[in-house]
Design a protein around this ligand. Structure first.
Ligand SMILES: *Cc1c(COP(=O)(O)O)cnc(C)c1O
Length: 351
């Protein structure tokens, strides 16, 4: 604490990201990164861009990238906003759509950046408890005062909500913005993007960090009615005109264009996930139904915190949250088949 800090700097409680230990022999199954690396075309595009134009500012409107993203979603570029990771898009969304005199709602067990932004921007929040089966109680999100935000699939539970259910939340918040954070949607059944033309209050946020394997490049985007996109653009242009740099734009365009690489790696992760769930259950774990690139599991007679520590001693990092209701669960990112085999080998020595 310093006497020089503003009220804002004093009141915020910064987000704590998962550990980034980059020793060569560590198997990182703790931050939901993609084990396969981006498409080779992404590397080529970044190399080419880096040889040419780094002396020039990037496009402040990222028109071409927005067109590429729009085309893949059968939308137009007026429906697309691009930012420096979806975390930034989320931060801009809190500023653009939520107010300090109306409480927003999000699940109590959810992405831990939401309470961070709510506090930073002085937005009151109602944290809605999950049901005993870890699903979201839908009706508790009806008629919110200030808006709604939730991930679909939810994190860290990995549970997916059907589109018809998302629709009900939209129908029951006609005067509020409903933000669906689809960080993991490419590992799940169906995106809410198909609802954008019918719901002017829907903002869908996606990221290139997980399914496109570009966590290090920092590109995320929002899809919604042009009025919502304009709101986000007003905030961005009041903070920083160039949040997405030239290398990120070039890499992101190439990543979106290489659909076959995306399909291949996504399918591989889903196959490994299904195998991982079977192997976990064989060892006595209960695993929540996952539609993400991670699983959320608990063991009847092995403490989750101890399991996390024991695996870390064996150079395998998983995620453990010391939070009521989930403090006996572990979150394990799906790695390659080889990484998961090593994970099970070490797990067996611990169990
Ligand atoms: C990973 C994640 C994000 C952030 O993604 P970035 O684009 O890397 O900032 C947002 N929401 C959820 C639920 C996530 O899991």
């Amino acid at each position: 604490m310093s006497k020089f800090w503003s009220d804002m700097a004093k009141r915020c409680t910064p987000y704590i990201p998962g550990e980034q230990i980059n020793r060569a022999n560590v198997i990182k199954l703790n931050t939901n990164e993609n084990p396969y690396g981006p498409s080779p075309k992404v590397i080529q595009a970044i190399q080419k861009e880096s040889e040419q134009t780094l002396n020039l500012y990037p496009s402040p409107t990222t028109d071409k990238l927005r067109e590429v993203i729009a085309a893949l979603n059968s939308l137009s570029k007026e429906n697309v906003f691009v930012g420096n990771g979806s975390d930034e898009v989320l931060a801009f969304s809190f500023m653009a759509f939520f107010d300090s005199n109306k409480a927003i709602r999000y699940p109590a067990i959810s992405y831990s950046f939401y309470p961070v932004y709510a506090k930073l921007f002085g937005i009151p929040a109602e944290e809605i408890a999950l049901q005993d089966d870890f699903t979201i109680p839908i009706e508790d999100f009806y008629q919110s005062d200030g808006g709604v935000i939730f991930p679909n699939p939810n994190a860290p539970t990995s549970i997916y909500m059907e589109i018809d259910t998302v629709k009900k939340i939209l129908d029951n918040n006609p005067e509020q913005v409903v933000i669906v954070d689809e960080a993991y949607i490419d590992f799940a059944a169906e995106s809410a993007v198909s609802l954008i033309n019918s719901y002017e209050n829907l903002l869908v946020i996606q990221t290139m960090s997980k399914s496109r394997s570009l966590a290090g490049l920092r590109v995320g985007f929002a899809l919604g009615h042009p009025n919502l996109i304009e709101g986000l653009t007003r905030i961005k242009d009041s903070v920083n005109s160039y949040t997405v740099d030239r290398l990120a734009i070039a890499g992101a365009e190439a990543a979106m264009a290489d659909v076959s690489y995306f399909n291949e790696t996504t399918e591989k992760i889903i196959r490994t996930r299904e195998w991982t769930i079977v192997e976990m259950e064989k060892r006595g774990f209960t695993v929540l139904p996952s539609q993400t690139n991670f699983i959320f599991a608990t063991h009847p007679n092995k403490d989750a915190g101890e399991l996390y520590t024991a695996l870390k001693e064996k150079d395998i990092l998983i995620r453990y949250f010391k939070v009521p209701m989930i403090d006996n669960h572990v979150r394990v990112t799906i790695g390659t088949d080889e990484q998961m085999a090593q994970f099970f080998k070490m797990l067996d020595t611990i169990l």
